[in-house]
Design a protein around this ligand. Structure first.
Ligand SMILES: [Zn+2]
Length: 131
């Protein structure tokens, strides 16, 4: 799989793991890239006035908005923004993307799974181990 320029949103969301970015009828080309979905355009973090590359660069980190998003993702999608951000802060973006590619690789088709569904969007494999 050719690796595109990784897009990781300021909140720590890896766009490559998003079902909208994976483009199954939803079509989004990544946070801050223009053409985002409505839900992403309206994201409180995307609209944040601080405009840092990553939330941990902000004086207010971690703010209420980020904590709410983190809680929602931990509960619904078993992924933590705060953990992602801590990893990026400690190890850098490149290492983060490498780790993510390993962690979310579909055991069947080798493509990246989305955090938003319990199955691979490409081959429909269910695997709870990733959830
Ligand atoms: Zn698959």
């Amino acid at each position: 799989m050719t690796l595109q320029q990784p897009i990781v949103a300021p909140c720590g969301m890896n766009c490559a793991l998003c079902q909208a970015y994976q483009g199954k009828g939803l079509a989004c080309n990544g946070c801050g890239q223009g053409g985002e979905r409505k839900a992403c355009q309206n994201c409180s973090i995307r609209q944040c006035e601080h405009k840092t590359a990553f939330c941990f660069e902000c004086a207010g980190y971690p703010c209420k908005r980020l904590k709410a998003l983190d809680k929602r993702y931990r509960t619904r999608y078993h992924m933590s923004m705060l953990e992602n951000l801590a990893f990026i802060q400690a190890n850098g973006l490149e290492e983060f993307v490498r780790q993510q590619n390993e962690k979310y690789r579909c055991a069947r088709c080798g493509k990246l799974r989305t955090v938003h569904q319990d199955h691979c969007l490409y081959c429909a494999q269910m695997d709870k181990a990733y959830r």
